[in-house]
Design a binder for this molecule. Structure first.
Ligand code: GLA
Length: 580
């Protein structure tokens, strides 16, 4: 049994003063075979604690169906950290932000009658309660009070930037106390009076998040909490990227100077991120201020340890700063991981989406188009199919509530595309036959993870207008793409339609490598059935990191789903990454 507590302006671990020197590593953004590698690098840098958020949508993908295996094996991650002598800070709040789809809230919540998230709304609290029962049944033995490495738990994430329902914060605090005894609880907020007022509780440790200006930030924190340890719970030493905007970097000298200032003030710190990793699958989130801005697949974050596990200049600068402030390394560095340019793989087979709809999906019929969530689906695409009368030389089509991007096909031929943020808000189609098949492929590009926008349904939300008339009679094919092994491949492809391509990599020496997206348009990649993430030729990210543990000795299957299709006789696996 261990005890971690606050005493005056210090933390005590088993009665001895303890300064939290933490780095964020999100287990679900790293393949499990590399958890130890990344955590050894963290401990070798001079940090003594690892912090992670816990995404509810990963652990409860459907109501009452829990997942704690593979990248979701949180218990194994915590045990790995503990075995290396690290403490663990967990942020299991229902909402995590973190550039993660819907801030970690499950999309199926949107189907629950009367749902309002992040407040004292019964339908929401009921779902949190049953998730917490399962989560903390697993986590309880790993809490420090039980001899485990978990020293602290966050009750909500930057709630002051979202709402003012104190009763909700109290409810969450009590939900944790009930399940986790006297484990130290905390909140984290932006360092302003307003944000701290909104997001904190009188009897819960307050911490602040920032990327610069530590003096001012800690002064604000001291004003609301004069006699407690200073903690920067998220020191943003890098940042994340959106599709279509330049790759963001932060110089290591500048970042190290700020870290020095934080430590000089005697504060504890959590580096956000220490190692960012990858937004695998369809989990990357988005921002919505003036415009909708979806996040890229890489979560490299320009962090001290890069997406593929390399030690950067920032790593060594931070290591010196930490050493200057008395930190010592708990571990030595692991050996470097092999990396390879496997070169070009030749196409084995391809198949157009329209030829494998029935293999991938069971259609649902309805008078009006249904949203993705109403179809019981959280991620991926929905194909909306209907029949439209003609002939008409030109017919204006408007989608009311498009989330997020649509491609139109008339009688199987590509006709136009629309994006929710695009200049065009309607498409003009030509309908040559008396009866035409109209297909609309709608892509969910990631739910907003920050701010008040909780209208997060995807697909077509409020009908389709043809000219001035509402169009009725739809068939929806949900395409979560969680069963790509069902695709009946044939020879080559050349048509401009959404197409699946299959390649094989034969190797006796699996090694880290990268999918080179040059020449492809927009789509996603699957490696031996694992969903690697999205690519898009508008950049900035141009390669997708493919970690060796996803490969095995022998034959490996790599599938690409490209929205524009066309001829793609080869796929390149390169040895160098390009994030822009
Ligand atoms: C906030 C959130 C984090 C993350 C960062 C930006 O501080 O708390 O989860 O979204 O912003 O990376």
């Amino acid at each position: 049994m261990h005890r971690f507590a606050v005493e005056g302006s210090h933390f005590l671990l088993d009665g001895k003063p303890f300064r939290i020197l933490s780095g964020a590593v999100h287990y679900f953004r790293v393949v499990p075979a590399y958890w130890k590698d990344r955590l050894q690098k963290l401990a070798a840098c001079g940090l003594n604690t690892v912090e992670t958020v816990v995404p509810w949508n990963l652990h409860e993908p459907a109501p009452g169906q829990f997942c704690f295996t593979g990248v979701a094996d949180l218990e194994a991650f915590i045990r790995t950290a503990g075995s290396l002598g690290l403490q663990v800070i967990l942020r299991p709040s229902p909402y995590i932000c973190a550039e993660w789809d819907f801030g970690g809230l499950p999309a199926w919540l949107l189907n629950v009658e009367g749902m309002e998230v992040r407040c004292c709304n019964k339908p929401f609290l009921q779902r949190v309660e049953s998730y917490y029962d399962e989560l903390f049944r697993r986590l309880h033995p790993l809490l420090c009070g039980q001899g485990g490495p978990v020293i602290a738990l966050q009750i909500e994430n930057e709630y002051g930037s979202y709402g003012d329902d104190k009763a909700y914060l109290v409810w969450l605090r009590d939900a944790l106390r009930k399940r986790c005894g006297d484990t130290l609880l905390f909140t984290s907020d932006g360092p302003t009076e307003e944000l701290l007022r909104g997001g904190t509780l009188p009897d819960v440790l307050k911490t602040v998040n920032f990327g610069s200006g530590s003096c001012g930030a800690f002064a604000e924190l001291r004003r609301v909490q004069p006699d407690a340890p200073l903690v920067c719970m998220e020191y943003w030493n890098g940042w994340f990227d959106h599709w279509g905007t330049p790759h963001i970097r932060r110089e290591s000298d500048d970042a190290a100077k700020e870290l020095d200032a934080i430590l000089e003030s005697g504060a504890s710190v959590n580096l956000y991120m220490f190692h960012g990793g990858t937004n695998f699958g369809f989990y990357s989130g988005a921002n919505q201020q003036e415009a909708y801005e979806p996040d890229v697949t890489s979560y490299d974050y320009d962090a001290p340890v890069s997406e593929e596990g390399d030690l950067t200049l920032k790593y060594f600068s931070f290591q010196s700063v930490l050493a200057k402030h008395g930190a010592s390394a708990l571990q030595t560095l692991p050996p470097p991981l092999p990396r390879r340019a496997f070169g070009s793989l030749s196409l084995d087979g391809a198949q157009g989406l329209f030829h494998c709809l029935d293999a991938l999906s069971t259609p649902v019929s309805s008078a009006v188009p249904l949203s993705m969530e109403a179809l019981g689906q959280s991620f991926g695409f929905v194909l909306y199919r209907t029949r439209v009368s003609g002939p008409r030389a030109s017919c204006e089509l408007k989608i009311r509530g498009l989330r997020d991007r649509a491609m139109f096909f008339v009688n199987g031929a590509f006709s136009a595309s629309l994006y929710r943020e695009g200049k065009e808000q309607s498409a003009v189609l030509s309908l040559p036959q008396e009866s035409n098949t109209l297909d609309i492929l709608v892509e969910n590009m990631g739910r907003v993870n920050y701010g008040p926008d909780t209208a997060q349904r995807k697909g077509i939300l409020d009908g389709v207008l043809l000219g001035c008339q509402k169009h009725f009679g739809w068939q929806m094919y949900p395409l979560a793409l969680d069963n790509p092994e069902q695709i009946p491949f044939r020879g080559e492809a050349s048509k401009h339609e959404p197409t699946f391509y299959r390649f094989y990599l034969e190797t006796q020496e699996p090694a880290d490598t990268y999918f080179d997206a040059a020449g492809w348009s927009k789509g996603c990649v699957f490696v031996n059935g694992f969903s690697l993430g999205r690519y898009w030729n508008i950049g900035p990210q141009k390669t997708l990191y493919l970690p060796a543990p996803l490969l095995h000795k022998g034959r490996n299957e790599i599938l690409v789903f490209d929205l524009e299709g066309g001829a793609h006789p080869v796929l390149h696996l390169t040895g160098e990454r390009c994030l822009g």
